[in-house]
Design a protein around this ligand. Structure first.
Ligand code: HPA
Length: 246
């Protein structure tokens, strides 16, 4: 398979077990990415890792330089990007601890640098197709890897991407649910759109870490996240272990 990168976020800001051979420090026309790209081996397989929120997990979702991140990955020769996302579950089948490979998304974000076609000098206007935001071949690869690792993973779902960094109100989640979304996170866009603009294959491995606001009443969401995230990310890494090239 082509060169694969993993963008890790909340709960996987580092990759335990990754033996780093090379820290790739790149600048881009959009500024530096969130962190150096870490190239190395894990489970005897090759991987490139980027910490979406920066090495100290300090960059909030709306301040991430998504354009620089995707640009740097392409510069490093990456062709396929797996985005790891901790999300809130909305659909009844997406309880905390469950994993999904979403098939579609709705973008509720605003004021983010969301395109390379930004009208600046030298940029060309492209209306990229986005009927299917995720690369089907990569989704299929993830679902095969899930089967091989005997990790239950749902191969569908619509991801809502909200602005953050605050969590949603109950009414916001109800609206998102009416819109047809099954889960909600804060970083899926513009990441997916920019990957498409650069011609990168992109898919998301989403871990439910809490019930979204109001879905199961009002509770302590942070406590719920703390309970589910570590074990869930272990399962996510088990899937990755089967996907990465040797
Ligand atoms: N909403 C938005 N983003 C999230 C959530 C949530 O409930 N949980 C984890 N990321």
């Amino acid at each position: 398979m082509s060169r694969i990168a993993v963008i890790g976020g909340t709960g996987m800001n580092q990759w335990p077990g990754l033996e780093v051979d090379r820290r790739i420090e790149l600048d881009t026309p959009y500024g530096p990415p969130s962190a150096p790209l870490l190239e190395g081996r894990v489970y005897g397989r090759r991987a490139i890792f980027l910490a979406r929120h920066g090495e100290g997990h300090k960059i909030p979702p709306h301040k991430i330089n998504y354009r620089a991140n995707l640009w740097a990955l392409r510069e490093a020769g990456v062709q396929s990007v797996i985005a790891i996302a901790a999300v809130g579950g909305i659909a009844p089948w997406f309880a905390p601890g469950e994993i999904a490979v979403p098939k579609d998304l709705i973008d509720y974000t605003f004021d983010r640098e969301h395109t390379y076609s930004d009208g600046s000098t030298g940029s060309e206007l492209h209306h990229v197709e986005f009927s299917e935001p995720y690369a089907e071949s990569l989704r299929a690869g993830l679902l095969d890897a899930a089967r091989l690792s005997q990790t239950p993973v749902v191969g569908e779902g619509v991801l809502a991407v909200t602005q953050g960094p605050r969590l949603e109100s109950v009414a916001e989640v109800r609206r998102i649910q009416r819109d047809g979304c099954d889960m909600v996170g804060m970083t899926g866009m513009p990441e997916a759109g920019l990957a498409r603009e650069l011609g990168l294959d992109y898919a998301c491995l989403a871990l439910s870490v809490n019930w979204a606001a109001g879905v199961q009443g009002i509770g302590d969401i942070h406590a719920e996240i703390a309970r589910s995230i570590e074990d869930g990310m272990r399962k996510v890494r088990a899937v990755l272990a089967q996907l990465l090239p040797t």
